[in-house]
Design a protein around this ligand. Structure first.
Ligand code: NAG
Ligand code: NAG
Ligand code: NAG
Ligand code: NAG
Ligand code: NAG
Ligand code: NAG
Ligand code: NAG
Ligand code: NAG
Ligand code: NAG
Ligand code: NAG
Ligand code: CU
Length: 560
């Protein structure tokens, strides 16, 4: 071999090693292809065509490690406009890949393609992905499992096996027809007909269920369930007959482990629990049922699955479990109040202590005139009395390319007309319409109190913030009192998450640091409330230098 060939060989070998040896700093690139296609389901009561990814319901699980880059090529083969959101992924400087239609991108139109590319930085745990347009997320959703970096253990005992458990809501009718009918009438949409666990209502359902979703377990082993609430409109309780659940992580952040009979999980949230298979044999039912402590109709059908011990005789009796009552506020509170950030040396809770923006946002319903609606009015929802109107051009596109007339940045930081939000409501239930954003400078710290109102009815609202995790520093019933309530905030180990329930007739306080430039949606994760306008966005300006500046959009970015 002459020297030139030898050198070439060495260089090729070095490039080969560099590209195949997973560097623990840079991570790997994970490629996925999502074909958005119609699929006739036969799993549930009746067969109907649904929109799916790759023909699967729930859709495929994305598995990656912290520091990996994920590239998902989405190809739209259906008649609907589509966009996909990677729920809880921080998208540091890559807002182009966040997904909410008309917020960070225009939709991927029929026959269109878009490659979502983002890096998983500083996060590990369970997240999920879902369609972020119309009501398509009813069937277009799946799990994202972010494993810790190679060689880094979980801060809890390694489970024998891990199982993704996606909870959903199922309508016999086409979900687009359900919301379109409601919008035409100006009234609430029909509630779902069944809850599902990994696409199945379960063995107790009158529907064809093939025995329901089964988790096979061996006595003496520990299992981790990665539970995701992908339901459109309902907070859910989760229980397993005869087994305690140890909560170790929520929304891809570690928590101080605690043991409970019942998990409460709002749409948008994820919860990892450890389950010890302590029984000898048998089938132990899992029950998923709604939590609703307001006078609002819900789908009250319990979905079931089972822990199925190996060696169980087919004749052995199935162990039942009673779900909590629908309005079990104390059960919900007990779960929520047990959540604390792990706050270890390795995973500290970096709660902002100095606050630049102290905001109060009311969240609730309202009624606006509608000449074409049945009774001349429609139910709407708002934040600080602003019912958000979707723009025709994506907000991030307008922000980055300086397109004027798409949004204004005068979203009110406080209610313009303060009143006793949880007392007697104003006679006038009307709201203002607008496409208003709240502007933050890079690194600004925000304290945001989300205050439920009793307009029409008090109700629990799970608020989701894109682009950030936040710390839940306080929570209470009634009106937030800035003097007495702030003194009680937990600034040491508050739970860190991306979606938090505002209690019915109460408030929740969160804190975050605006260290991600771009346009970031915040909205109720009850899809009906999002449709009605309970949404707004923050625009975060670039900071100093390239590391604090949004990247340029990818070449295939769907613009309007
Ligand atoms: C679904 O089934 C219906 C009737 O059974 C059929 O007409 C339709 O072509 C099927 N659609 C798909 C996408 O397979
Ligand atoms: C799909 O999106 C494009 C781009 O925003 C828009 O022009 C079109 O009206 C949308 N189609 C439907 C059916 O909404
Ligand atoms: C909603 O429910 C009503 C009453 O049960 C029914 O008449 C209507 O067809 C349903 N709408 C849809 C879109 O399924
Ligand atoms: C499960 O088993 C582990 C190991 O034996 C133990 O530390 C843990 O407390 C058990 N958890 C529950 C909920 O019983
Ligand atoms: C569920 O709701 C329906 C309709 O409101 C009601 O008829 C039924 O009794 C409820 N079932 C349970 C178990 O609460
Ligand atoms: C319209 O108003 C009547 C009388 O108040 C009420 O009974 C009916 O349910 C309303 N219709 C809708 C769609 O809200
Ligand atoms: C938008 O305006 C800002 C500030 O005037 C400027 O720095 C930036 O280059 C403009 N961007 C584009 C794409 O024109
Ligand atoms: C708000 O109204 C409720 C119910 O009437 C009352 O109990 C409460 O004291 C009022 N709060 C304030 C701050 O006025
Ligand atoms: C909300 O805005 C509407 C329209 O401007 C106004 O009529 C109403 O009084 C406002 N309500 C509150 C609570 O601010
Ligand atoms: C933001 O904070 C980081 C870390 O504290 C600091 O290095 C950086 O200079 C800050 N940037 C701005 C624009 O304040
Ligand atoms: Cu809501």
């Amino acid at each position: 071999m002459d020297i030139k060939t030898w050198l070439q060989f060495v260089i090729v070998a070095m490039v080969f090693v560099a590209s195949t040896f997973p560097s623990s700093v840079e991570g790997r690139i994970r490629h996925y292809k999502f074909n958005v296609v119609m699929k006739n389901t036969t799993k549930l009561c009746e067969s109907k065509p649904i929109v799916t990814v790759n023909g699967r319901f729930p859709g495929p699980t994305i598995v990656a490690r912290e520091d990996d880059t994920v590239m998902i090529k989405v190809v739209n083969h259906v008649k609907y406009n589509v966009s996909i959101h990677w729920h809880g992924v921080r998208q540091l400087r890559t807002g182009w890949a966040d997904g909410p239609a008309y917020i960070t991108q225009c939709p991927i139109q029929p026959k269109g393609t878009y490659v979502y590319k983002f890096k998983l930085t500083g996060q590990r745990g369970t997240l999920w992905w879902h369609a972020h347009i119309l009501w398509l997320r009813a069937t277009v959703h799946g799990a994202i499992v972010i494993l810790p970096k190679l060689g880094i253990p979980y801060p809890y005992p390694k489970p024998h096996k891990e199982v993704v458990v996606v909870l959903g809501e199922w309508w016999k009718s086409d979900t687009e027809a359900v919301i379109n009918q409601a919008q035409k009438l100006g009234r609430a949409p029909n509630v779902s007909d069944a809850h599902t666990i990994n696409g199945n209502p379960g063995p107790l359902s009158s529907c064809v269920a093939n025995g329901g979703f089964k988790v096979p377990v061996d006595q003496g082993k520990t299992y981790m369930l990665r539970i995701i609430n992908a339901a459109l409109n309902e907070e859910l309780f989760f229980r397993i007959a005869g087994h305690k659940l140890t909560v170790v992580e929520v929304d891809a952040t570690y928590v101080k482990p605690f043991t409970t009979d019942t998990v409460l999980i709002a749409p948008g949230q994820t919860t990892n629990v450890l389950v010890n298979a302590t029984k000898k044999a048998g089938k132990y039912l899992v029950a998923v049922s709604p939590f609703m402590d307001a006078p609002i109709a819900v789908d009250n059908v319990t979905a079931t699955a089972s822990l199925h011990y190996t060696g169980t005789l087919s004749s052995s009796v199935t162990k039942l479990v009673a779900p909590p009552p629908q309005n079990a506020t104390p059960v919900a509170n007990s779960f929520i109040n047990s959540l604390r950030a792990l706050n270890s040396a390795k995973y500290p809770a970096n709660v902002p202590l100095k606050i630049d923006h102290s905001l109060l946002f009311t969240v609730g319903l309202g009624i606006n005139p509608c000449s074409t609606c049945v009774n001349g009015s429609r139910v709407v929802a708002s934040i600080n009395n602003v019912t958000f109107i979707m723009p025709k051009t994506a907000l991030l596109q307008a922000h980055y390319f300086n397109i004027s007339g798409v949004f204004t940045d005068d979203f009110p930081g406080k209610p313009l007309m303060p009143y006793n939000y949880t007392g007697t409501q104003p006679n006038n239930l009307a709201t203002k319409k607008g496409t208003k954003l709240y502007r933050l400078a890079y690194n600004d710290t925000v304290e945001l109190v989300l205050q439920d109102t009793g307009m029409l009815t008090p109700e629990s609202h799970p608020l989701h913030l894109h682009g950030f995790n936040f710390f839940v520093v306080g929570r209470g019933i009634g009106n937030y009192n800035p003097v007495t309530d702030r003194k009680k905030f937990n600034l040491v180990d508050p739970v860190e998450r991306n979606t938090v329930g505002v209690p019915a007739g109460g408030w929740t306080a969160i804190r975050f640091k605006a260290d991600n430039p771009g346009v970031w949606f915040m909205h109720c994760h009850l899809e009906v409330h999002t449709t009605w306008g309970l949404k707004m966005a923050f625009v975060v300006d670039n900071g100093k230098g390239p590391k604090e500046t949004i990247r340029p959009p990818p070449s295939d970015y769907p613009k309007c």
